[in-house]
Design a protein around this ligand. Sequence first.
Ligand code: COA
Ligand code: ZN
Length: 307
Amino acid sequence: MREKIEIFEVGPRDGFQSVKVDCILIPTEEKLKVIDNIIAAGIKHIEFSSFVSPKAIPQLADSVEVTKYVLEKYPNIDLFALVPNLKGARTAYELGLDKVCYVVSLSASHNKANINRTHEQSLEAYKEIRENYPDLEIIVDLATSFGCPFEGKYNDTQKIISFLGDYVKAGMKVCCLCDTIGIADPMQVKNVISSIKENYPNLELMVHFHDTRGLGMINTLTAINLGITKVQSTLGGLGGCPFAPGASGNLSTEDLVWMLNEMGYDTGVSFFKILKAAKEQAAMIPGQYSGHQININANLIGLNLDK
Ligand code: COA
Ligand code: ZN
């Protein structure tokens, strides 16, 4: 049996939030079309939006509308949204979602810039969410897991190990290591993941790499070689945190699908359909698409996208 890798598409959140509103406010119908295309390509897990302050992220101010659409249309897809606080979790829960990503940054200065909270306040809010909504599944999205735009790259694993301890104690089951500024290298990925597994053997890990320095793919593959089977990416490689200077595109979903399918992994995703979805998105929504194959003329690689 081929080994299964589950791709978590986070473009409708991480990608769309990065599109400058003075360039275009993405119409809700276009977002829904993109989500339809992603699911039609075989993706089973989608972070479709976030419940945050619309002043902080105006591009995702329509998240309630998007939630109603996806919940009704896709009862069998794993749907989740990012939340920074209890208010966001309440909205998600009351709309009928059973899963959220709770975001906190390993870097105290990025945590302040991104969500205006200290580490203590973020931990308190996490506990509050767990207490109020014990049946809500929470992935802890640990932003700046490998380094931060303000504090630089982390040289050892001490910081992340001691940070995670409080969350494990508070009940964290799943953590997504997010390389918000694409600063990680494969050796660091190996050290961080090995050290977390050693210290917290029951904690499930996911990864989310940006491709700022062209290392998103090799970092993801390094994680897969260490046994990680759930990986995040964005359609077209669109993405970046608006509160992290220099955070350019994510690892692109279609490039990731191509590599994994070629290697014989079972992703359940059609490369042809996901590339077509990426190209359709780029034609509708202007932005920085850092993917590779989205920028290749399809005819040159023998793909007829009109089929
Ligand atoms: N959803 C919608 N609105 C929210 C909200 C949520 N989850 N949390 C707070 N708000 C609103 C409040 O109602 C308040 O609105 P008002 O000004 O109309 O009264 C306003 O936001 C400020 O609330 P406050 O609790 O004082 O928050 P803050 O100013 O300290 O900002 C966050 C904190 C977390 C709300 C804000 O920084 C944020 O939304 N950040 C998201 C960043 C993000 O998504 N980054 C990219 C993903 S990594
Ligand atoms: Zn990201």
